[in-house]
Design a protein around this ligand. Structure first.
Ligand code: SAM
Length: 360
């Protein structure tokens, strides 16, 4: 049985420092203290808790949804090293025994790096015999169960891995924390996947029929060539697309898109019938946050999804400041809203924010 004193967090390679700063900050707010180990461009961060039991406490009490830079979070022990090529399974079973019982599923994962990609085939093959032994030992249930914890293995190379588990009520449901989306061949730009991923990330599936239903009106600021508008049109919405740049012809032919060659910072809706505001304009994060606050406070939309482009330095601080400013501004104007933010898989030097106005 291993000592579970670490929390492993997956992130976009290059954002380990931000992920580390965020977990240290947010764990401290829950009175959990430790230090984060950063390996640049590794695609993960290890947060080691000082006090016994705190790592397990952290993965259940710190809401995963509130983490911007982490794609996944699970509790683990020390890195298992020198796993013998002839029998990697025994030390893994030993590490898990006494830590977990009757887990609901198994994910054998790698970091989102080139080295990780090279290991992916090995992980896929290794999953089958490992799953079998985990089941024999009753560490894993015979039938997948989404109410029980998920066993995670993060392979760093083919002889070292972290082993632990996540809480199904408080984790990412996706393998490696990445929803697998297929690029639609008729979409006007690759950034279409950003908005689709945001829907998967922020909107519970059982609410899609209501909140992403056909017939809703949407405004897309910085819409050209139309990747985000495409997602809305695909869901039978009507879109006001604001951009000086051209819109995809096929999208315009649907009759569901009205293109305005205007400044997105000046455009105001004529009627109060807009449900969705989406915004992908490349601008300073404070300026975008201010615009979004204006729309939400004025009641021009019910929900918003927008990107905040990150600066080169102090990226976590900038994110924290802008989200706090937006939250304070909405409270000041008595707008009851829920804010979520994530650096999505399809986000590069940016994060995606979702705000839903809550009525009543
Ligand atoms: C990243 S692209 C948007 C891509 C789009 N979301 C898609 O999926 O195809 C940013 C767009 O914002 C537009 N933009 C930047 N500043 C703007 C402004 N002040 N008003 C309107 N559009 C703006 C640019 O013309 C550019 O087309």
């Amino acid at each position: 049985m291993q000592k579970l004193n670490k929390v492993i967090l997956y992130c976009r390679p290059g954002f380990e420092k931000e992920c580390a700063a965020e977990i240290t900050d947010k764990a401290a707010a829950h009175e959990i203290f430790g230090f984060a180990k950063v390996i640049d461009n590794s695609g993960y961060t290890v947060f080691e808790c000082y006090q016994e039991g705190d790592a397990q406490k952290l993965i259940t009490t710190l809401p995963f949804k509130t983490l911007v830079f982490a794609r996944q979070m699970f509790v683990a022990g020390d890195l298992l090293t020198n796993l013998p090529a002839t029998d990697r399974i025994t030390p893994i079973i030993e590490a898990l025994t006494g830590c977990i019982n009757k887990a609901g599923s198994l994910r054998v994962e790698v970091a989102d790096t080139n080295e990780g990609k090279e290991l992916a085939g090995f992980c896929r093959k290794f999953t089958v015999p490992l799953r079998q032994v985990l089941r024999q030992k009753r560490l894993l249930l015979n039938v997948e169960n989404s109410a029980r914890p998920v066993i995670h293995l993060l392979f760093i190379n083919n002889h070292s891995c972290y082993v632990g588990y996540s809480d199904t009520q408080n984790n990412s449901p996706f393998h490696m924390g990445i929803p697998r989306l297929k690029f639609p061949a008729d979409a006007p730009s690759r950034s279409t996947l950003k908005l689709e991923e945001a829907f998967h990330q922020f909107i519970p599936y059982e609410e899609w029929d209501e909140r992403l239903r056909g017939g809703l009106n949407a405004v897309d600021l910085g819409a050209s060539p139309g990747g985000w508008s495409y997602q809305l049109v695909k869901r039978s919405m009507f879109v006001y697309a604001i951009d000086n740049g051209a819109m995809d012809e096929k999208l315009l032919e649907t009759g569901q898109v009205k293109h305005f060659k205007e400044d997105g910072f000046k455009f105001t809706p004529k009627k109060h019938n807009i449900y969705w505001l989406v915004c992908d304009m490349v601008e300073k994060p404070a300026k975008v946050a201010e615009l979004m606050a204006q729309w939400l406070i004025n009641g021009w939309c019910r929900e918003a999804i927008f990107n905040l482009k990150l600066p080169m330095k102090k990226r976590y601080e900038v994110v924290k400041q802008n989200l706090a400013w937006l939250n304070d501004e909405l409270i000041k104007h008595q707008v009851n809203a829920q804010i979520q933010a994530k650096q999505l898989y399809h986000d590069r030097e940016e994060i995606t924010v979702h705000v839903q106005k809550i009525w009543g």
